[in-house]
Design a protein around this ligand. Structure first.
Ligand code: 6CS
Ligand code: FE
Length: 286
């Protein structure tokens, strides 16, 4: 009998370490310069992936869904801690045809296929809505660390497309990425509490599933940090294991992005590696 060894042990009770990623970042033999850049830096950006008409239509849809009384108690709508303000809406690609059409036109699916070297499916989608004055932060994390531990994603063979529905400026809480960190796996300490997602999706400083301050500082010193600004309609595609975060938004300029996560069809979900029950479908399609 052969026992599969988990190459991405995390949620440890011993001191966490940084390991080299045992799997590739790009899973095809593509020689495309954009794909090469993705392999090196863990992300690529394109301006104009959505035209102004689609951007406006998506924004309108998302305001409609956020204000819809029928969605008021829907678990897919996540609100900021201590207020009614919408923080995220999950499953936006199924809640809104307009959003899905915009994704289809953006070029994200083809790029994801080229990076992941196979056909893909949507693992998760969300709108992150950071209104002016009141937008909350997202602490440093690797998405794959969460998806591996809490959703049973076997390998980092997934990538996210972030479509900007507003300008992303340095001052309205844009994505910050440590380029090159996709090549490591940063273990995180702590046992995963039951229904932890109810806390982690809201907390600006989650207690579990985040790297240590020592590791974040070390990677900052060796890799630096890119602030991903861009116009409305721009697209960022980043590797599922790149270390990233975003600050709060106290500027008067809102910052709204749609995230679509593509997973390889050859990387379907198993049981969560943290040993916890699977999270709801709207967080992790099975
Ligand atoms: O728990 C999750 O799946 C989500 N949480 C964060 C902070 N980023 C990725 C993902 O959308
Ligand atoms: Fe993330």
């Amino acid at each position: 009998m052969t026992l599969a060894v988990d190459g991405y042990v995390t949620r440890v009770t011993s001191p966490p370490i940084i390991i080299d990623r045992p799997d590739p970042v790009v899973w095809s033999r593509s020689g495309d310069p954009e794909v090469q850049r993705f392999a090196e830096r863990g992300y690529v950006q394109r301006e104009g992936a959505m035209d102004a008409g689609r951007v406006d239509a998506c924004l309108e849809e998302l305001h409609r869904i956020g204000a819809d009384p029928a969605m008021a108690a829907d678990p897919r709508v996540i609100r900021e801690a201590g207020s009614d303000a919408v923080r995220s809406i999950f499953d936006v690609h199924t809640l809104s045809e307009v959003v899905w059409e915009a994704v289809e036109h953006s070029g994200a699916v083809d790029l994801a296929r080229e990076i992941l070297g196979s056909d893909v499916y949507v693992h998760q989608s969300r709108l992150n809505y950071k209104p002016g004055f009141a937008g909350g932060a997202f602490y440093w994390h690797s998405d794959f660390e969460t998806w591996h531990a809490e959703d049973g994603m076997p390998r980092p063979r997934a990538c996210s497309a972030s479509l900007a529905l507003t300008r992303n400026e340095v001052y309205n809480g844009p994505l910050m990425i440590m380029p090159g960190t996709q090549k490591y796996f940063v273990q995180c300490a702590g046992e995963t509490p039951e229904d932890y997602y109810k806390e982690s999706l809201v907390a600006t400083a989650p207690s579990v599933g985040v790297p240590s301050e020592e590791h974040i500082s070390e990677l900052y010193r060796s890799h630096g940090l890119d602030v991903l600004t861009g116009g409305a309609g721009s697209m960022t595609v980043f590797d599922c294991n790149t270390l990233h975060a975003s600050g709060g938004n106290i500027s008067p300029v809102p910052r709204a992005n749609v995230f679509i996560v593509f997973n390889s069809v050859e990387n379907g979900l198993a049981d969560p590696f943290a040993g916890t029950p699977p999270r709801p479908d709207f967080l992790a399609r099975r």
